[in-house]
Unconditional design. Sequence first.
Length: 305
Amino acid sequence: MYYYVGNHLPRYNRSQSIHRQPSSISFRLDGFWSESSGKLCMVGSSSVYLDYGNWLNVPAVLKLNNLMNSTTVTSLISGTLESLVSSENDPRHFEPVSILMLPCMNYEYTLVSNKSDNSYTGGSNTPPSSLQIGRFCSVLSRVLRQEFDLKYSSHCVSAKNCTPLAMSDLPHPRIVSLKSIGCSEDKQRLRVLVIFADSNNVWYQRPFNPKTTLVGEGSWDAKKNQLSIVACQFLNATDSLTNSPHVGDCSTRLSLIFPAIWTNGNTSSTLGQIWSNKTVTELGYFDRITFEAPRNYMSILKLRR
């Protein structure tokens, strides 16, 4: 079995002549999984190519927690990839790599339904045409490949009541993007990451930051031409991920409405809102935020069955 560890690579001794720094490293691992406790432990190694036909064997152990058979939006797998070489002077040694994963095994949608009452309140700016959904998952994955400009209310006077990221160092993000991480074609529901940022870089160019990211479920309402999302926060997700990170506080709501056709002359655009279902006096409440896709997102996009 192989586990791929993205861009988090072992740091090797600079005295070693490494032919090239790979963009990813694969480890061949074998071990055991406890179905009752959800714990997994695997041991193995990776081979890194050096100059002159030499290879460096890097032994490691992978430890994961909460790897369960049935999962929901609040399920979160955390763990570490650790070196089995204790000496820091050994070129095979690397610092522990923290791992955070959203499970997909036997996933159950528990937050949203096709009868969701999360409604967009955009008034006259609502696009009159209907987005024709044929292959729901493929269409929505294409539509969500854009970034939305956030627009705050004029009543927004402080970071406390203006952002869904109360625990973040990003009090007033400028951009929000959505990344599809799972989809149910028959139920027309999907799982998404809601990613906030202060610069115009697409989501796949940013490192994952649980402090500026929400995870949620979305459902499609064909009559309203609307995607409704219930989103949750990553809690206790520090840099080291050693403080039992988990998903909770699912009080954030999003809604998006779409035109059927995008053209240069079409004034309609993808519109959305973000709000909290908490009361004004509750901790974590924030004023309603609107967002809209940039006009120059694409010249022509026509979605058909």
